[in-house]
Design a protein around this ligand. Structure first.
Ligand code: ADP
Length: 389
């Protein structure tokens, strides 16, 4: 794979496709198609030709992933100027037990990924629909799958299992962990920019609409707050995070909720949105005077602090904390609240540095270094895809 090859990175969700076109490591185009099957819209920004598009798609163009990609093709073709797309890198949420690395897709491997749909029914089918759409649109390109779970396959057994009868573990009911491409990106960044931090005991807090934390020792994931699904761990924009399983039993037996109603409640109506009753958006909550907005932030921060302590314990120490994701990178307030009174663990942040949203935000006297690093999952997928060519 050379600097003159074009790689398209796709992240296909239930009603959206995010896309980035790279030439070598340079971003030529980025954008997304949202509202598939409902009110489809295209955002397309090309850096060189300075094309910027934000327009509705027709119902036909926006029926599904395949139609949407077909609608995108002429725009991409203009930027490609006659060059082919050499490879398409896909974000695939679940790699199950066996995939601990990205793979070049073959029909057999694709079928294997389909068998993982029951493990991630809300994401995997859409990721795979993205692969099918890309195969149709770019029949000569290599298709590469990069997994959110792969980075966590190094979890020790105690962090991989639940205390259920053993047969469940054997059939795949495990703590897979997610956001792996983001954690891998942060590790790769540190490896080059701060090798001591990379080689030490590191906790990364990926705080976006989806939020999780990862305990990393010498570049290896040893624990994650997300488990069997991306519901576990920290509260998120609309997801509950960790919950006593007894609550789910109560919802079923006492409230008569069906599986799909419980799924909607836990994935779409909980977290910051459910707790505040105002919004899932941290910016809105931070600016609100409503006490419920403050309580939602308090709960979010409390769970991050709790996990920080737990992860430091399983790491047997702590050298570096990294904040990333939309909230981690931009909310000085959340970082401040997470880091205050953490002197006991050797962590002190510098208020002014923290306000800058960038680089090292700990004091010089702080034993634990605290950093803000913007994540870039698309670039991680590009690198994997290029390496597999
Ligand atoms: P996703 O998980 O969908 O990729 P992002 O990583 O983009 O989400 O994070 C979205 C979250 O980041 C939202 O809660 C948003 O309010 C928050 N966010 C973005 N900018 C700021 C900011 N300046 N201050 C506080 N929160 C912010």
């Amino acid at each position: 794979m050379g600097k003159t090859d074009h790689i398209l990175v796709l992240n296909a969700g239930s009603s959206s496709i995010k896309f980035t076109l790279f030439l070598g490591d340079e971003v030529l185009v980025e954008g997304q198609i949202s509202g598939l099957g409902a009110v489809p819209n295209l955002k397309f920004n090309a850096t060189k030709s300075r094309t910027s598009i934000d327009r509705p798609l027709s119902a036909t163009e926006g029926t599904n992933h395949s139609a949407a990609l077909q609608a995108l093709l002429p725009l991409l073709d203009r930027e490609l100027a006659g060059n082919p797309v050499a490879a398409v890198g896909h974000r695939v949420v679940h790699g199950g037990v066996s995939f601990s690395e990205p793979i070049c897709l073959t029909p057999d491997l694709f079928r294997e990924l389909e068998t993982l749909i029951p493990l991630a029914p809300l994401h995997q089918p859409h990721n795979l629909a993205g692969v099918k759409a890309a195969e149709a649109a770019f029949p000569n390109a290599v298709q590469v799958a990069c997994f959110d779970t792969a980075f966590h396959r190094s979890h020790p057994w105690v962090n991989d299992t639940f205390a259920l009868p053993r047969s469940y573990y054997d059939e795949g009911v495990r703590r897979y962990g997610f956001h792996g491409l983001s954690y891998e990106y942060i590790c790769e960044y540190l490896k080059a920019a701060d090798p001591a931090a990379y080689a030490g005991k590191l906790i990364v807090a990926h705080l976006g609409n989806g939020a999780s934390m990862c305990a990393i020792n010498n570049g290896q994931s040893i624990g994650s707050t997300m488990g069997f699904t991306a519901l576990d761990g920290l509260p998120m924009g609309t997801r509950s995070g960790q919950l006593d399983p007894g609550v789910v039993l109560y919802l079923m037996t006492e409230k008569g909720l069906s599986a799909s109603e419980i799924s909607d409640l836990l994935y779409k109506d909980s977290g910051l949105k459910g707790l505040s009753g105002i919004s899932q958006d941290m910016r809105t909550l931070s600016q609100s005077d409503d006490p419920k907005a403050k309580e939602a932030i308090d709960y979010f921060v409390f769970r991050i602090r709790r996990e920080l302590g737990a992860m430091a314990a399983v790491l047997h120490g702590l050298d570096t904390v990294v904040f990333t994701g939309g909230i981690g990178e931009n909310s000085a307030l959340v970082r401040q609240l997470v880091c205050e009174d953490q002197g006991w663990i050797g962590l002190e942040i510098d208020e002014q540095q923290n306000a800058s949203n960038t680089g090292v935000i700990s004091r010089e006297t702080s034993r634990v270094k605290v950093l803000v690093i913007p994540t870039n999952e698309e670039d991680m997928i590009r690198r994997h895809t290029a390496a597999l060519m």
